[in-house]
Design a protein around this ligand. Structure first.
Ligand SMILES: C[S@@+](CC[C@H](N)C(=O)[O-])C[C@H]1O[C@@H](n2cnc3c(N)ncnc32)[C@H](O)[C@@H]1O
Length: 387
């Protein structure tokens, strides 16, 4: 196996379990094949980690192990079995089984939806183990079918051709059950790998605060996750709003699947909240779960403005002592940023806010220390109170 030498700064970071080596921290040459296995050594030639390298990527090396072990079928099988074992208590037949670096399998995402798997390869290095990984998944998990993809956005960065393959037979819709609520999931859909599994725990926590027959506005609803919990668990009066016709159509079908009724609006939430201000309608709870506004640090200030806009308007639309669940799924806008946005928005409205809950991604999307990027979904459940 070839060696790759890194500078002292990077060696120190890896000693604290940083999962990556940036190209700029490599002090040896860059004559490697995309995805080739490498031994990472420090400037004194001491072993640091084993990983795979892609000279084309800013993140040049992704660590597979901090121990000097053979990277073979047994290695991957142990990792996959461990990842699956960590998820046995999840109250659903759908969960993320492998969450890339956070499960020490960089470049691999595997979601289980009942009897089916959605598998994503995002790096040239992990694609080198394509056959091995699929073989292990079949052996260990015995899926009825799999959708396997390598997305275009990743292929452009890593230099591979994108693809979507079906292995076995996967129905157009799979029914999953989460905390007693049923959802259709379209595994072929382009949003995430089909369903926002990371919000499972938050859907439950937030719903526990809703009272019978409360009015709930689920903004950026996608296929109705939060809203449907509110309806099924608390018989709330629910309206789901999303910009995508496709997901709103599926949200309606999800309500039908649970013999529940709701209202559905295809709209841009930024505009829709403004329109509602002119009406007399007011809500007991508003959920704000927007897409990632800040994919990079440079987008942070625009993202903060976007958050402020929806939060200020949502505060005008909740009843006295009403609740707002505010989420950021961007690592660059974290908990402290959300608190700043909430406080500023409250001030602008002449109100105060109380934090009822700090919210995070569910445990099938692990947050491992040493890898700060593995924490990416944070939220606040807020009560808006009068001064
Ligand atoms: C993070 S997802 C929400 C997940 C959802 N809360 C759930 O539990 O399944 C964000 C959603 O926002 C929608 N979206 C993006 N921009 C929007 C906009 N300006 N107005 C309304 N919806 C938007 C996307 O279509 C996507 O469904």
């Amino acid at each position: 196996m070839k060696k790759v030498r890194i500078n002292a700064k990077a060696a120190k970071e890896l000693a604290h379990y940083a999962p990556w080596v940036y190209r700029s921290d490599i002090v040896s040459g860059m004559e490697y094949e995309p995805g080739e296995l490498v031994e990472v050594v420090d400037e004194k030639d001491r072993f640091v980690a084993i990983g795979y390298i892609n000279p084309a990527s800013t993140i040049a090396v992704r660590v597979l192990s901090f121990k000097n072990v053979p990277i073979n079928r047994a290695f991957f099988k142990t990792r996959i079995l461990r990842a699956a074992a960590r998820r046995v208590d999840i109250p659903s037949d759908a969960c993320r089984l492998i969450h890339t670096e956070a499960d020490f399998l960089p470049g691999l995402v595997v979601d289980r939806y009942a009897d089916y798997l959605s598998v994503q390869f995002t790096t040239a290095g992990m694609l080198r183990f394509y056959e091995t990984i699929l073989d292990i998944l079949v052996e260990v998990l015995e899926p009825a079918g799999m959708i396997v993809r390598a997305e275009e956005y990743a292929g452009k960065k890593e230099g591979f051709e994108s693809f979507v393959r079906e292995i076995g037979s996967v129905p157009d819709r799979v029914v999953i059950e989460e905390n007693g609520v049923r959802f259709y999931v379209d595994l072929r859909s382009s949003q995430k790998t089909g369903f926002y599994l990371d919000q499972r725990r938050n859907r439950k926590i937030v719903t526990d605060y809703i009272k019978q027959r409360d009015c709930v506005l689920d903004c950026f609803s996608n296929t109705g996750g939060f809203g449907l919990y509110a309806k099924v668990k608390k018989n709330a009066r629910v309206r789901c709003v999303d910009i995508s016709e496709e997901v709103i159509a599926l949200a309606k079908q999800n309500f039908d699947l649970n013999e529940a009724t709701g209202e559905f609006v295809v709209a841009n939430v930024f505009d829709y909240l403004r329109e509602l201000r002119a009406s007399k309608e007011r809500f007991d709870m508003i959920i704000l779960d927007p897409p990632s506004f800040a994919k990079s640090r440079s987008k942070k200030s625009a993202a903060m403005k976007g958050f402020k806009d929806i939060t200020v308007n949502a505060m005008k639309l909740v009843r006295s002592e009403g609740l707002i669940a505010l989420f950021s799924c961007s690592h660059h806008v974290g908990m402290e940023d959300l608190k700043k946005i909430a406080l500023q928005s409250a001030k602008d409205n002449g109100k105060m806010v109380e934090v009822l809950e700090h919210l995070y991604q569910d445990i099938d999307h692990p947050y491992v220390l040493g890898n700060p990027y593995s924490l990416y979904l944070e939220g606040l459940l807020l009560k808006v109170i009068d001064l």
